[in-house]
Design a protein around this ligand. Sequence first.
Ligand code: CU
Length: 151
Amino acid sequence: MKHRSTVAAAIALGAALALSGCSTESEQPALKVSGAFMPQPVDDMAAGFLIVQNSGGSADKLTSVTSPISDDVTIHETKSQTMREVKSFDVPADGELDLERGGNHIMFMKLKQKPKQGEKVSVELHFEKSDPIAVELPVKEPTYNPKKHEH
Ligand code: CU
């Protein structure tokens, strides 16, 4: 038993180290972002929402978000109507990570400027395995809440 778990750990380590190069396509996460938006902020903080789809055969994690409009960008989950910062969000293999109103979100504090409806906010999503993805969040009205997306 001990031997088996050591082997599993070694395999997991090997997979984590194979960031680029030789491993086969299907073992890599393949991420695509859709449905991104930011409700127009009403004070000096804002939230961002988007969906990260992973069509690859390997899970990834969203580990951080950066943006020129704030030096204090974190990722939050909402449980029982209380939000709290998390270290990462899972992006499951052949699945998706949903950041949507009332749930998980990107949190921008101490905004350097207040974006208005019709403008766009640049963010960069950072992942455990995949390369960073740059996304433009269109700014929507403060109450904007799209229906659950369709595939
Ligand atoms: Cu929050």
